[in-house]
Write a protein of this length. Structure first.
Length: 148
């Protein structure tokens, strides 16, 4: 009887993707002028609803409504300003995903082209946004901490 062991076989690598549910909760970033907030709720399996807003002292500067639909094969991120005359949202398609970071892009976006969420830990998150400012696109970085 002849037996052989496959000593060179590699185990299949486990592909761990971003756990969108980790975004659920209330997040805050404070800079020298403003307080930035994002609140995310899992409203049903595969769908997150969010609200982002900025406070300057006690005044609300703006509010945006956000959705992440990760039920489909290609997850999408959509955002629209709340309370404006237009209820239209801008939709971004998933372009990159890892265990700790997810990136959505809309190459045709007029003011915003890309948004990335990077989970540093369950209470520490970074958001990177490529948006138009002073006539040119540039990356803005935000450091959010979970407050709820």
């Amino acid at each position: 009887m002849l037996c052989a062991c496959g000593g060179n076989q590699q185990e299949d690598a486990v592909d761990e993707n971003f756990a969108f549910e980790r975004l659920a909760g209330k997040w805050e970033d404070v800079d020298e002028k403003n307080k930035w907030y994002e609140e995310w709720n899992l409203i049903e399996e595969g769908l997150l609803e969010g609200r982002g807003y900025v406070l300057y002292e006690t005044d609300t500067v703006f509010i945006e409504c956000m959705y992440i639909n990760f039920r489909s094969e290609t997850p999408t991120y959509s955002v629209g300003l709340s309370g404006g005359n237009s209820e239209e949202s801008v939709v971004f398609d998933l372009t990159s995903i890892t265990k700790d970071q997810v990136t959505f892009e809309n190459p045709n976006g007029e003011n915003l082209k890309k948004i990335s969420y990077k989970m540093i830990s369950n209470v520490d998150m970074r958001i990177y946004i490529d948006e138009m400012e002073n006539g040119a696109f540039g990356e803005k970085r935000f450091s959010f901490l979970r407050v709820e």
